[in-house]
Design a protein around this ligand. Structure first.
Ligand code: CAA
Length: 265
């Protein structure tokens, strides 16, 4: 598949997706959102078909300045409410596809992650930030609010008080502050960013793929449920994994004091 706005590279067990509109600081227009949907749909189908050659997605921005500086302001300027509704729904659909992807998604935030860029990063399972990264939800400066999940995902990640502060002031924060408030998982030197993300994928690639998919699903779905229902989800997913060959292999390998060989079955 060829893409106009994305660069795709498979390296080791990682699929690296670079949003590539550096002249607009990788801003998200409809083409980017549509292409991200296609990439995620194809990857989900690939994994669901039992092809575990890709064990993690790394999402990043082309160039050295921006991850994504937001939704494309030039494209949004002339939108009417119906068009804005469709655009926001498409952005939300990408967020849901990232959450439902049966492998971890890692945002490698190499620069500005503003508005839709911060929202895209938050829809990933990990946010690994370069020391040069800057985060923010500056939509109020444009007299709108976040539309790709920012109000809700930010609240869930950093709590209501800080989310309100960021969404109402439009303030931009540095990577160390993003780490401090729990928005970013790790901050690394710019030249370490990709290797750090590849290292996470390499670590995941040693684990049973069905267990990784189950852990991600239970964590995401359980976070939206009352505790009792969430615990039930865990019990069922835990038990379900005992029907897999990988469960036997993982436990037998431990007892045999050898490395396991997982097949995703
Ligand atoms: N949309 C479209 N173009 C953008 C853009 C965006 N979000 N962000 C930057 N660009 C463009 C600029 O217009 C500029 O283009 P030209 O060279 O053709 O003039 C180019 O990228 C470089 O940007 P700057 O010259 O502004 O670079 P800078 O270093 O001076 O500033 C910045 C960098 C602080 C990130 C600044 O570009 C900026 O504030 N960008 C907008 C950030 C923003 O408001 N994002 C939220 C958008 S709304 C949204 O995302 C809604 C939603 O939730 C779905």
């Amino acid at each position: 598949m060829s893409y106009e706005t994305l660069e795709i590279e498979d390296r080791d067990a990682a699929r690296i997706v670079r949003i590539n509109r550096p002249k607009a600081l990788n801003a998200l227009n409809q083409a980017v959102v549509a292409e991200l949907s296609r990439v995620l749909e194809a990857l989900t189908e690939q994994v669901q078909a039992g092809d575990f050659s890709v064990r993690g997605l790394i999402l990043t921005g082309a160039g050295d300045k921006a991850f994504v500086a937001g939704a494309d302001i030039a494209a949004m300027r002339e939108m009417d409410p119906d068009q804005a509704m469709r655009f926001a729904s498409q952005g939300h659909a990408v967020g849901e596809m990232l959450a439902n992807l049966p492998i971890p998604a890692i945002a490698a935030v190499n620069g500005f992650a503003l508005g839709g860029g911060c929202e895209l990063a938050m829809a990933c399972d990990f946010i690994i930030a370069s020391e040069k990264a800057k985060f923010g939800q500056p939509e109020v400066k444009l007299a709108v609010i976040p539309g790709f999940g920012g109000t809700q995902r930010l609240t869930r990640r950093v709590g209501l008080a800080r989310a309100i502060e960021l969404c109402v002031t439009g303030e931009m924060i540095r990577a160390d502050e993003a780490l401090r408030i729990g928005l970013a998982n790790r901050v690394v030197a710019p030249e370490q960013l990709l290797d750090t993300c590849l290292g996470i994928v390499a670590a995941v690639a040693k684990m049973g793929p069905l267990a990784i998919a189950a852990a991600k699903r239970v964590l995401h779905q359980g976070a939206e449920l009352p505790l009792e229902a969430a615990n039930q989800l865990e019990i069922e997913a835990f038990a379900g994994l005992f029907a897999s060959a990988d469960q036997r292999e993982g436990m037998q390998a431990f007892l045999d004091k050898r490395e396991p060989t997982f097949t995703g079955k």
